[in-house]
Design a protein around this ligand. Sequence first.
Ligand code: 6R9
Length: 697
Amino acid sequence: KNLATNNHLRHVESMARLPSGAGRIPELNAVILGESLASEENDLVFPSDHFSKQALISSPQKYLEMYKRSIQDPAAFWSDIASNFYWKKKWDQQQVYSQNLDVTKGDISIQWFKGGITNICYNCLDANIQSGNGDKIALYWEGNEPGVDGSLTYTQLLHRVCQLANFLKDHGIQKGDTAIIYLPMIMELPITMLACARIGALHSVVFAGYSAESLHQRVMDCRPKIVITCNAVMRGKKIIDLKNIVDAALSESSQNGISVDLCLTFENESAMNKEATKWQKGRDIWWQDVVPKYSTTCDVEWVDAEDPLFLLYTSGSTGKPKGVLHTTGGYMIFTATTFKYAFDYKDSDIYWCTADCGWITGHSYVTYGPLFNGATVVLYEGVPNYPDAGRCWEIVDKYKVTIFYTAPTLVRSLMRDGNEYVTRYSRKSLRVLGSVGEPINPSAWRWFFNVVGDSRCPISDTWWQTETGGFMITPLPGAWPQKPGSATFPFFGVQPVIVDEKGNEIDGECSGYLCVKSSWPGAFRTLYGDHERYETTYFKAFPGYYFSGDGCSRDKDGYHWLTGRVDDVINVSGHRIGTAEVESALVSHPHCAEAAVVGVEHEVKGQGIYAFVTLVDGVPYSEDLRKNLVLVVRNQIGAFAAPDRIHWAPSLPKTRSGKIMRRILRKIASRQLDELGDISTLADPSVVDQLIVLTDS
Ligand code: 6R9
């Protein structure tokens, strides 16, 4: 009946029968078997006994027991967990969840805890204060400059949130309205998210590295009542004038018929340029002039579990970003529960996630998941290598960080800077490490484990997506041995399946497309304003399943190995970028006739952006033009999407029906010239020779 699940259970069961202590060397806390041992089966990294003993999930057997229940009776499993949250009114007990993931059976729909009335801000703040966490630090903030910092207790955080919530209400923002947040990593960012949630307004955080054009696109799509930003931010030594970017975006939107009447601007003192900030009277308000005047208490807007909580735009395989919509109840329970187990969270932990709140990781695992658990969270405004490559470990020591969650790209870049920057600091507070955003290569994994974590801290390599809301495949750090580079096993309630091209589930050791069978509480419910695109993108490829867009293989022990995107999405430093987005930016340049973008392996970023560009007839190649093309992408999307390489292409390889053959372009870009495969189906195979000749141009 349930092929993949049974298969998965069988693997975990066999793992649970491993003789205890298999492969361990007792004198070490944890054992990492060296790279010299090529065979994968020996490549197991066991949690220390000490760690496992204190862990929430301490053995494969314990995991298996809970996992089985979560799959066999999801309603009971998740209801029990949900009972630990505050509900003004309980959900419909008869129908904890309802779902249809099969397009052939009607509209795709997912609902969890429908009829339950709650509020996520109340659960994160008020409930924690009532249970005695009022004086506990909720947020530590570390500014860009060393020595500039701040903190808020749970009670202080609640007061700040309430003041802003009152301001928003006073300015007509109501339940169901949308607010765009364009802020850097300062405390006002989670404060604003929570204030929106408190009054039932949706937030749409736009990463403050996106360009004015991208911000404008998002304004046009979600039509916010308000934009909340700040004057500027320092990233390292660079000042970025965020308010100017907002001004440009809003003026473009208003020329296109969507005007935003309110722009609340926080004065970020660490980026002193208040005087230089341009001001539109009647629209722009300084945060500090108004918000602190409001009361520090604010009634909660009680919402249905299925009322929307936020929109977050992410890249897909077409040029138009997708507004991923998450609702309240299921998301709250899923982020809180995944956070607790995947990081083995304890009350005494100090948690630092380096992700920006502009991405999903900052939503689920900077703001909501940790705060629900009453965690102390570190926020860092700056860049990880400022003033030098030791900054992260300085911060770890300063706040005695116990759980450190970051991205492989950062690990690789710090690894390149050398061990001295790490070993200069103690890091002895650390006990759990985490990785997210892209597959972590085994050598980066080992460096992270051995050097950063002193071979003491398990690594939770969490596979998940904007769409999934929270962790889907992740180690539970005390439960089972890890394999460097594998995200291991599914979280409770998650049923990953690997399917072949035809959509058949495949068993045993295999590789294919990663799908998910059955819904989980944190799943996104739609794409904002485009339910059809939601169904087409995620549910039509393999009817009956959610299709992730990732490739995955499963080894003989049942461990999952993510192999990267199989669609036209590139993952640059953990940021998702659609090839089509970059292409449409490039072709907007008057001299660019056509562009095709592919991802190529990049030592630090994971993937780099490689663009083939065909120029308009008669326009010569030039260094200036190359720079201008890169600039167009920076301006239209953001600096993080700038192509690493522009390859002049007299023409592009196309099929007779006119489809660009990216497979060939990928091979040319990565210099795998002897693996071009069959090029006979091209309309003009000689195009390929031209491109190869020009490879080193
Ligand atoms: C959370 C986040 C999602 C895409 C996803 C996959 C890649 C994320 C990963 C991983 C391998 C991991 N990805 N975590 N690949 N191992 N631990 O990053 O969300 O920005 O939506 O990106 O990132 O390709 O499909 P998002």
